[in-house]
Design a protein around this ligand. Structure first.
Ligand code: FAD
Length: 502
């Protein structure tokens, strides 16, 4: 870490910490970010992976949040058309649950309050005629079809961090905040890396974006006695082999009033989730419970014609939502909006705590955070992220197939599957990874499923990958094809590449 006095020190390399780092670095503030594990290793890789307005939040009158989130769909899609793309959702109307007029009203608002320009509007479907109806039990006759977007959540975090670093931010992974104390007009901050080496740096402002650890950081490392307004709510997903061929998703209503999604995932799978359960354990060891598995299977089997069994599950994951505690009775009703709490700034160095938020609203959250930064440190540059692109994303929103074709023309040795995967992950930067290669042999060792030494080197050098797990489960989801990947050889290769860095 540099010896300079940073303007801002950020704790947490999830979407919110990285989003604030990027925005602040782009406005000329000096930024240092510490993430105790891998980037996106907390909640930000365990989401449903939707850039969405959140249709169900309308029921809780969260109009501000829904409007802002709806507006962000097309902004973020344009920023990163490789990792974000439109999806259509089928919402079957179910007698005995929400009446059709209520769904129609909600979707009317959804279509109209968020400045939708490119995403197609809601339509009505007859599931007795639409081919997607054949995967559902008879009795599901009428449905609405509406738009939202998909995002590769972990890559959104990493690309945001990459862009922050390209704009001058220092990003330190595997680096834990140990303590932070106010000292005159700055913070004295001590960090510890995985080798146990501690360092002390100084910063004029501290941002606590530790997600589900926000209270732990406040009461433990910062030693503050501010009110800890966080409600931890666990959510889990199951992944099964592909249930149907149609690219559309389902938005299902469950009998308990909750909703859940079924989404085509990584070509060969279907993602089903999520749950909402209050959580009071260690967020680092969150995992799905048998009750949640039974809940998701039961709920899905109310709708799908072919029964999904426990044995069909190929992977599960869980995350903890760090929600702002608004006193809601049920976990699913707690607000998904973000709240920023700022102390100090005049006579003492400023502290900003981040509560709640969605992936979808991370850019807007960062803009709000920068207002606090400006009030504490003075204004530098104006807002800039709305019309920016993330690394690799400088192509039109409808230009994905052209990018794949261009990559395959230049690198004819790539299989269509690998070319597609590389453009989805890296966009235009796929060309940087492939460089002057003219055959697959030029790409170095092949670890399976198109993952080669050249890509691993890129991930270590440019995306902070430090072990096979970072690559298989966050920089990509190649872990789902674990049988086809030589994980031992990959890990050894990563360690060698990391060693060569120092
Ligand atoms: P995190 O991603 O958890 O980041 C905090 C980071 O701080 C962690 O990486 C942690 O390691 C680090 N940290 C903690 N303590 C320290 C320390 N002492 N030193 C250094 N680092 C530290 N949002 C959407 O928009 N769309 C969705 O579809 C969606 N689905 C969701 C589904 C589920 C089940 C869940 C749980 C959330 C979902 N969300 C969704 C919400 C979204 O994922 C979260 O709001 C967001 O990821 C929170 O990001 P964060 O940066 O605040 O927290």
């Amino acid at each position: 870490m540099s010896e300079q006095v940073f303007d801002i020190f950020i704790v947490g390399g999830g979407i919110n910490g990285c989003g604030i780092a990027r925005d602040a670095a782009g406005r000329g503030y000096s930024v240092c970010l510490a993430e105790m594990n891998d980037l996106a290793s907390g909640t930000s890789s365990a989401s449903t992976k939707l850039i969405h307005g959140g249709l169900r939040y309308l029921e809780h009158y969260e109009f501000r949040l829904v409007r802002e989130a709806l507006q962000e769909r097309e902004v973020l899609w344009a920023m990163a058309p490789h990792i974000i793309w439109p999806l259509r959702f089928i919402l079957p109307h179910h007698n005995g649950l929400r009446p059709a007029w209520l769904l129609r009203l909600g979707l009317f608002l959804y279509d109209h309050i968020g400045g939708r320009k490119r995403l197609p509007a809601t339509t009505v479907r007859d599931l007795r005629e639409d081919p997607i109806g054949t995967v559902l039990k008879p009795g599901n006759a009428k449905a609405f079809e509406y738009s939202d977007c998909w995002v590769d959540d972990a890559r959104l975090v990493v690309l945001t961090a990459r862009d922050a670093a390209d704009r001058g931010a220092e990003i330190h992974t595997r680096t834990r905040l140990r303590s932070a104390h106010r000292n005159g007009n700055h913070w004295d901050i001590t960090t510890e890396d995985q080798a146990g080496i501690t360092q002390t740096v100084r910063a004029r402002m501290l941002v606590n974006a530790a997600g589900p650890w926000v209270s732990d950081v406040l009461s433990g490392q910062i030693g503050g006695n501010e009110n800890h307004d966080v409600r931890l709510v666990k959510g889990s997903h199951i992944v099964v082999r592909k249930l149907y061929d149609d690219p559309r998703c389902f938005f299902f209503q469950n009998a308990d009033g909750r909703i859940f999604f079924s989404i085509p995932y990584q070509g060969e799978f279907t993602l089903i989730g999520t749950t909402d359960q209050d959580f009071d354990g260690d967020p680092a060891s969150v995992s799905i419970s048998e009750d949640e598995i039974a809940y998701l299977l039961d709920a899905s089997n109310q709708y799908f014609k072919d029964t999904i069994r426990r044995d069909d599950i190929v992977w599960t994951y869980s995350g903890v939502r760090p929600l702002y505690d608004d006193g809601a009775t049920k976990a699913q009703e707690a607000t998904r909006d973000y709240v920023l709490k700022h102390t100090g700034g005049k006579d003492s160095p400023a502290l900003l705590n981040v509560f709640g938020g969605k992936l979808t609203t991370y850019r807007r959250l960062a803009e709000s955070a920068l207002k606090h930064v400006e009030s504490a440190l003075g204004r530098r540059q104006p807002e800039w992220t709305a019309n920016s692109t993330l690394p690799g994303g400088a192509f039109p929103v409808d230009g994905f197939e052209a990018e794949v074709a261009s990559l395959q023309t230049q690198y004819s040795f790539l299989t269509p599957q690998t070319a597609h995967r590389l453009v989805r992950a890296y966009g235009k930067l796929a060309h940087t990874i492939l460089g002057a290669a003219s055959s697959v042999e030029d790409m170095g060792p092949d670890f399976g499923f198109g993952l080669t030494g050249a890509e691993v080197h890129y991930l270590v050098e440019h995306e902070w990958a430090r072990c096979a797990e970072d690559i298989l489960w966050r920089r990509s989801k190649l872990g789902l094809h674990g049988d086809e990947i030589n994980v031992v050889a990959l890990d050894a290769y990563v360690q060698q590449a990391v060693g060569a860095l120092s």
